[in-house]
Write a protein that binds this ligand. Structure first.
Ligand SMILES: [Zn+2]
Length: 138
């Protein structure tokens, strides 16, 4: 997924929306026996500023399915994560948190991967709460 900044500028289209989804990469997940159970849905807005930096903000959401980290039963969690970043053209002054883009094209892949990593929880739990297996009445 890319934003063609030169084309947008030529068309005077300085803001836009990006709604798309992509397959989550299970190798990013650090929880045992858990994987993506939905695509990663992205609802993003972008704005091209006068200095050609590009602000991207919005929400990523996805579902994870697998063993609850507490009771080990199969469960599913829906995750949504708000994000806001700035893409700065190569050669311009950028902060550490900013992404750099080259040749008038903003590539979102690295940002999307980073954002999924930030959004991933460190554990999966039953939504209604549960207790550790030794306390279960089974
Ligand atoms: Zn549980």
């Amino acid at each position: 997924m890319v934003i063609d900044v030169r084309k947008c500028n030529a068309e005077r289209k300085y803001t836009g929306e990006l709604n798309f989804e992509f397959e989550g990469d299970d190798s990013l997940i650090d929880i045992p026996f858990v994987s993506f159970s939905s695509p990663v849905r992205c609802r993003l807005r972008f704005e091209i500023y006068e200095d050609n930096s590009v602000g991207v903000a919005g929400e990523l959401s996805f579902s994870l399915k697998g063993a609850c980290s507490r009771c080990l039963k199969e469960t599913e969690n829906c995750i949504s994560y708000e994000t806001e970043v700035l893409f700065v053209p190569q050669g311009k002054k950028a902060d550490e948190a900013d992404y750099i883009y080259k040749n008038g094209i903003v590539e979102l892949d690295e940002f999307l991967r980073d954002t999924v990593l930030f959004a991933l929880p460190s554990a999966l739990h039953c939504p209604e709460g549960c207790s550790a297996p030794e306390y279960n009445q089974e």
